[in-house]
Design a protein around this ligand. Sequence first.
Ligand SMILES: Nc1ncnc2c1ncn2[C@@H]1O[C@H](COP(=O)(O)OP(=O)(O)OP(=O)(O)O)[C@@H](O)[C@H]1O
Ligand SMILES: [Mg+2]
Length: 470
Amino acid sequence: MEPMKDRGDRELRASLGGRSILVIDDSEAVRTALEVLLSLHGARVSGAGSPAAGLDLLASEPVDLVIQDMNFRREATSGEEGIALFHHIRSIHPDLPVILLTAWTHLETAVELVRAGAADYVGKPWDNDRLLTTVRNLLDLQAARAENRELRRRRAAARLELAARYELGGLVCESEAMHALVATAVRVAPAEVPVLISGPNGAGKEVIADLIQANSSVRGRPYLKVNLGALPDELMEAELFGTESGAFTGARARAGRFEAADGGTLFLDELGNLSLQGQARLLRVLQTGEFERLGSSQTRRTRVRVIAATNAKLPEMIRAGRFREDLFYRLNVIELEVPPLATRQDDILPLASRFLQPGFTLAPDAAQALLRHAWPGNVRELCNVVQRACLLAPDSVITTRELGLPVVPVPADGANLDRATLEQALHLADGVVARAARDLGLSRQALYRRMEKLGLKLPAEGGQADAGSD
Ligand SMILES: Nc1ncnc2c1ncn2[C@@H]1O[C@H](COP(=O)(O)OP(=O)(O)OP(=O)(O)O)[C@@H](O)[C@H]1O
Ligand SMILES: [Mg+2]
């Protein structure tokens, strides 16, 4: 065996330690060599000389990884027995990592099997370092996937509980951040206090406002929406507070939104665009419930739950003298911040499926492109991109061509791939490294190196758990 660097050696020992590996090969020399190599690095190794013996062992003891030959009789070279064995293993253990040991002359068969879900292949005669790296990566990946599944299971349970208790509508909240936000929103919904929702364009502020209204004690009562950015000052005040006939040329007697929403909810969108005079009037009605229609001296009363939304940075506007501090504190009793979509990777594909026309699906490379895009226009941009793609697609499978997203070239070494992208790619490829590499446009070796660099490791080894990276 080639000498290995100390650190690498320790890491290998750590990730192979106690893991059980089954070697199925008719050659005793091969079994012995692998047993020595792998047990030297802490693995428990068992060997079987035929597919039948291997399957027996697999049924009787826990196995974390299988290394299997492709031919089990001296005269056989077709690889058929190996193919059958692999399919047999897969049918019983869909997730078990399987490494195919194959003569370089039969690489094509191995590559085909890797496409069909074999975890990886190693050419015979093998290089010890290469083999160990492959084994370790697959075991680590397997552990990370198991943990991921557990995390997803727990999250799905939490989501179901939330959905059972509250009215979530079609809202997608798969990501940790969105789930936490939604949980807070439904908790504060029944209270009568004002809510201020902030966040970038198209991130889902109005969706959160709707969620609060639907779970409030005044659901079923009037729910009105006013876009404060859409009208000039005077018309805006008329819109909010109403007019008396003759208030200005052509004005008719008309109730404003505060009157119409009495007993219900008023959603004030684009709050940052309200003039200082409008802000003063808004503050008064929030504090006292009192207001007058434009052109009238008669004071009216209203009781309205106000939800306001803004993409402006109100504290900065306060410093610049463009927003009243007292109004800000009045409104932000509860402040909910909707994070940008790019920071909510787990929401991207579920949202995309929601926006797909019925019957349409995403090709794997299209899903990858969605995950890699920066989404400056957030959920609205995603919605537009997916809906347009459905119109453009010649059949029901959406590819990168129809998405039309700017292509960010991946360098040959994958140096710009972050951990989340990589984990998603591996997840979408069902942990099949070769498939993930192909989807990412990398060689297998480059993907392995990148995984190594990002330290895709067992949480017990790394100290900081993988949970947060998901
Ligand atoms: N979590 C979500 N689940 C499902 N659909 C969503 C979600 N978030 C946003 N959307 C959809 O994305 C689009 C934009 O959302 P919304 O209008 O709430 O964003 P916004 O933050 O109010 O945008 P703007 O800043 O432009 O006012 C809408 O079509 C909405 O239905
Ligand atoms: Mg909006």
